[in-house]
Design a binder for this molecule. Structure first.
Ligand code: CTP
Length: 402
């Protein structure tokens, strides 16, 4: 049976030159067996004709909210019920702005507000427009609400310049939707615990020892796990990140000791645990009650080891529980990661190397090697942390016993 059989997809087209690529996108969905209906803005019809959209989708297109069709229904609501997924490609700055702000002033924007299914948006616009703070904030706001943004790429733009803003290729958009469809709900009935972010080890009432972890990898894992149906607990050190999915239960902690206590509690009845936090290895032996004064020329802090949470869970692990750790290494990466896997009784170690550009701490992208007990099981390119999260979960999925 074709992958898309029985699935309905609404392809929304707005008025940008990339609109011509939406025709290839519709063809890809049709070829994969999806039923396709198209929703367009009036401006989109300056770039593509109703006849080509209707011929390729084999369905009438939706453009004007007040048009009458047979049988009569409140069209935008009926279409929103019909669609299992919605793709907006190309998405102009205008539709991104309207959707982010709840504006419904034509068929397409009204339809989007009536949708409560997964929405994918592929922005396409001039580089300066794309980089405008207003556009970026609207994109972040939509992403935070769970909209899947398929980022534009660098390339030649219709305005004659080169830069960010060229719509992702139809194959990329198609594969993103397909991947979502294929993995949707596969972690239903799974309880997962994820640690994320740094820990802060208090020295005195105003100072602490911390680290540069942003928490982005752990949060991406929690989001993707929840999107794929898992019931997720994220134990997070101090970060500015937000969680959006209602399947994510968030526990905020500060110190390694607090993270340990909460993670151990959550581990007891979970199926999968992924330790992405950068936990302090040492903590001050004594926390001063008063601010330490600058009374001498030097200061010696005595630090003691914290509990290794991953190793602790490795000792508690029962048959059927999957334990994934991370390793951040600067040298002898593979050997060190293999040692961590063994010493901590993990099932997998996700290795980040600080030698890889734009990977790891603080970046939105990452590049990893995943080690299992039999050796390397996966090596990635540099990609978004959400895509890396999907790769990690593919490896976990193959080993989980539901
Ligand atoms: N980890 C943990 N608790 C700690 C320290 C580390 O759970 N107190 C976990 C991390 O979340 C990560 C893995 O252990 O999943 C490896 O962390 P990493 O910092 O790479 O290595 P360490 O074990 O701390 O060893 P070292 O710093 O000596 O490389």
């Amino acid at each position: 049976m074709p992958t898309g059989a029985g699935k309905n997809i609404a392809v929304c087209v707005t008025g940008g030159i990339a609109a011509y690529k939406s025709l290839s996108l519709i063809r890809l969905f049709k070829k994969a067996g999806y039923a396709v209906k198209t929703v367009v803005t009036r401006n989109a019809l300056q770039f593509v004709t109703p006849l080509s959209l209707e011929t390729l989708s084999q369905n009438p297109l939706y453009c004007d909210t007040f048009e009458r069709r047979e049988p009569y229904e409140v069209e935008h609501v009926a279409l929103a019920d019909w669609a299992d997924m919605v793709v907006v490609a190309p998405a102009t700055a205008n539709i991104i702005g309207k959707y982010a702000n709840g504006i419904a002033d034509d068929a397409l924007s009204t339809f989007l507000l009536a949708v409560n299914k997964p929405v994918f948006m592929a922005p396409a616009m001039n580089t300066v427009m794309y980089n405008q703070l207003a556009v970026q904030e609207n994109i972040s706001c939509l992403e935070a609400r769970g909209v899947h943004i398929i980022r534009p790429v660098k390339g030649a733009l219709a305005c004659g310049s080169e830069g960010d803003g060229r719509m992702a290729e139809p194959e990329t958009i198609f594969n993103t939707v397909l991947n979502h469809h294929e993995t949707f709900g596969r972690f239903a009935n799974i309880k997962a615990v994820v640690t994320a972010g740094p820990t802060y080890e208090q020295i005195d009432p105003v100072r602490f020892i911390g680290n540069n972890s942003s928490g982005k990898m752990g949060f991406a894992l929690a989001e993707v796990l929840a999107e794929q149906g898992a019931d997720v607990t994220i134990v997070s050190g101090p970060t500015h990140l937000q969680t959006n999915n209602k399947n994510i239960h968030r526990i905020d902690v500060k110190s390694a000791a607090q993270m340990e206590a909460e993670t151990v509690k959550a581990f007891a009845d979970c199926n999968v645990a992924i330790m992405a936090a950068a936990v302090a290895d040492f903590t001050p032996k004594k926390v001063e009650n008063q601010k330490i004064k600058k009374t001498s020329d030097s200061l010696v802090l005595e630090l003691v080891k914290t509990t290794d949470i991953l190793a602790e869970l490795g000792k508690m692990k029962k048959v059927g529980q999957i334990l994934v750790g991370f390793a951040l290494e600067t040298n002898n990466e593979l050997e060190n990661a293999v040692q961590k896997l063994k010493n901590k009784n993990a099932d997998f170690i996700v290795l980040n190397s600080l030698k890889d550009e734009k990977a790891g701490f603080g970046y939105d992208t990452n590049k990893v090697t995943i080690l299992g007990k039999s050796g390397v099981v996966f090596t990635s390119e540099l990609k978004s942390k959400k895509d890396i999260a999907r790769d990690i979960l593919d490896v976990v999925m193959k080993n989980v016993n539901i």
